[in-house]
Design a protein around this ligand. Structure first.
Ligand code: ADP
Length: 302
């Protein structure tokens, strides 16, 4: 059963429909990336799912709850630009948000301690947040979002504004968290989605234009091409490769033989078999995989 089901969700501001009849669902235990360029409608979608923004139309169903029920108790949300009291320590801040979430003082203290450990901030627990780096603040923000033990963690662009070290720390934390939690996060940086997510939702101009696991999308958008490098003259091999049954055509460009194929498994086998039998001086053999960027462009342009 799906943990979250979104059907025909729309948001209109004045005359502009910024989220347009969006539908998707995902199961518990997944790490789902909502990807799209700036202005695609990611923040608007996540704010509606978090209960911070009222949809113009459509339904949101969480787990076995009623359609459009108040699901805020099940959701932990990290906004794109979280705001902290700089004068508080990380520990004080988490106890404070724990108390706001109606935890007893003792419970807030023990959960703050556990969460500081979980996000790797135990040693900095008593430092003022104003002295934290961007990555540390983002990790504190993730701890804050988890204070009430939500079933779903929603993170809006959690790494986009961070320097490489902060980015690496937060991506590593997300890798750890996704073992125990369901995560939905947005990003416009495709390589981040590629790195940590199990499932992808591609959002363009307020609509989901494609969705699925990375493997499913790779299969669908596979460019079906192999590139070969040789020591010496490439022309000697071109004709023999073109004659192989799984190959449609073959051309030379930038010191590589580009082989368009019908059947990846057969072509790989045939090329490697002939190269081995005739002792070809192969220097490289690369299957050209569709990048997430290629997939996005194809999904958008049809
Ligand atoms: P993303 O997170 O993908 O960058 P947003 O959801 O922030 O996209 O914005 C989607 C579109 O909605 C943008 O064109 C933005 O200008 C517009 N928008 C967002 N919030 C408002 C608002 N409160 N009033 C009017 N337009 C808005």
């Amino acid at each position: 059963m799906a943990l979250l089901t979104v059907e025909n969700l729309s948001k209109q501001y004045d005359n502009s429909l910024v989220v347009n009849q969006t539908s998707f669902q995902f199961e518990s235990g997944k790490c789902v990336a909502l990807i799209g360029p700036n202005g695609a409608g990611k923040t608007t979608t996540l704010r509606m799912l978090s209960g911070l923004l009222k949809p113009t139309s459509g339904t949101i169903t969480f787990d076995d709850m009623k359609q459009n029920a108040d699901i805020r108790g099940n959701i932990g949300y990290l906004p794109q630009h979280p705001v902290f009291f700089k004068w508080m320590t990380g520990q004080e801040f988490l106890i404070y948000v724990g108390r706001l979430a109606n935890l007893s003082k003792q419970e807030a203290e023990s959960r703050a301690e556990r969460l500081l450990d979980c996000v790797g901030l135990t040693e900095s627990a008593k430092r003022r947040i104003g002295k934290y780096s961007g990555g540390m603040k983002q990790r504190l923000g993730i701890a804050q979002a988890m204070i009430h033990q939500p079933k779903l963690l929603i993170l809006d662009e959690p790494v986009s504004s961070l320097d490489p070290i902060g980015r690496r720390d937060v991506l590593t934390l997300m890798e750890e968290l996704k073992k125990d939690m369901t995560i939905l996060f947005s990003t416009h940086i495709l390589s981040d989605a590629d790195e940590v997510s199990d499932e992808l939702l591609l959002l363009h101009e307020g609509r989901i234009v494609e969705s699925g696991s990375m493997t499913e999308l790779r299969d669908k958008y596979q460019t079906a091409k192999i590139e070969l490098g040789f020591d010496g003259d490439l022309h000697k091999y071109k004709e023999q490769i073109t004659d192989l049954p799984a190959v449609t055509d073959c051309y030379i460009e930038r010191d590589l033989l580009h082989v368009n194929i019908q059947d990846m498994a057969a072509a790989r086998h045939n090329i490697l078999a002939i190269a081995s039998a005739q002792e070809w001086p192969l220097t490289s053999f690369a299957i050209n995989r569709a990048s997430l960027e290629d997939m996005f462009m194809k999904a958008v342009n049809g």
